[in-house]
Ligand binder design. Structure first.
Ligand code: NAD
Length: 250
């Protein structure tokens, strides 16, 4: 018996083949959930959904566009009748120093990570409130907690720290409706988010800072998302869970 039997879940940014979202969507499906993968490219979202099983759905949705978020959720509610789980996973990063951050860099990184998390939460919460149940899992980062030093620049740290504040404030606001909000703070996980910009020197430096001596796997984060999405974590809200191999012990 899966932990998410009969549940309906949305995972944003889950089309990336080696990404945290895809691994999470796959694990949720293995635990009985029906999953919608939302990502920028429709064909990629559909292919990722088909890859985890035929009942799953792939939709195009740019999370920085509120109307697109609303349209995707309306389509899913019309089909499923409910939404039990939202994983705000869509995110981008850039390896810039403070003085290199141009207005466009700031907008891109803040918008996808922080604005997107707010918009998707805003369109899912009314559905969850009406059900008197729901679990929202937001992807923050160890970069928010320790001030970067992994890959992303200060604007990324700020966006991910913003996600922690948003998670806690929304957890407080919607706890009376039994809608839970929790954040995951992954450390360094080997995915394609670094877009070929991770140099061997950067990798050595990052690995030296990880007591467990290895990069994380996407499945390490997916396991944590499964816990937070499922009723195993029924009394957890407003938490931040570290998945970082010991790279920040506090
Ligand atoms: P990834 O690049 O493999 O996947 C990110 C996905 O988000 C891609 O499929 C991309 O198309 C999608 N996306 C980008 N902009 C979007 C938008 N506007 N609307 C919808 N989808 C959009 O990245 P990943 O490593 O799997 O990262 C997933 C999440 O985990 C991100 O929020 C990231 O910041 C966070 N995170 C990753 C790491 C890591 O080490 N990989 C560490 C900490 C936090």
């Amino acid at each position: 018996m899966g932990l998410l039997e009969g549940k309906f879940a949305i995972v944003t940014g889950a089309a990336s083949a080696r990404g945290l979202g895809k691994a999470t969507a796959k694990l949720f499906a293995e635990h009985g959930a029906t999953v919608a993968i939302l990502d920028l490219d429709l064909d990629a979202a559909k292919a990722a959904a088909a890859d985890i099983g035929e009942q799953h759905i792939g939709l195009a949705c740019n999370v920085t566009d509120k109307a697109a978020c609303q349209a995707a959720v309306d389509e899913l509610v019309a089909k499923w009748g409910r939404i039990d789980i939202l994983v705000n996973n869509a995110g981008i990063t850039q390896p810039l120093k403070s003085l290199q951050i141009e207005p466009g860099n700031y907008d891109a990184v803040m918008d996808v990570n922080l604005r997107g998390t707010l918009y998707m939460s805003q369109v899912c919460v009314p559905v969850m409130q009406a059900q008197k149940s729901g679990s929202v899992v937001n992807l923050s980062s160890v970069s928010a907690q320790r001030g970067g030093g992994i890959f992303g620049g200060p604007h990324y740290s700020a966006a991910k720290a913003g996600i922690l504040g948003l998670t806690k404030a929304m957890a407080r606001e919607f706890a009376p409706d039994q809608v839970r909000f929790n954040a995951i703070c992954p450390g360094f996980i080997a995915t394609d988010i670094t877009g070929g910009k991770l140099t061997p020197e950067m990798k050595v430096m990052i690995l030296e800072g990880i007591p467990m001596g290895r990069a994380g796997e996407a499945s390490d984060v997916a396991g944590c998302a499964l816990f937070l999405a499922s009723d195993l974590s029924a009394y957890c809200t407003g938490t931040e869970v570290d998945v970082n191999g010991g790279s920040l012990i506090h």
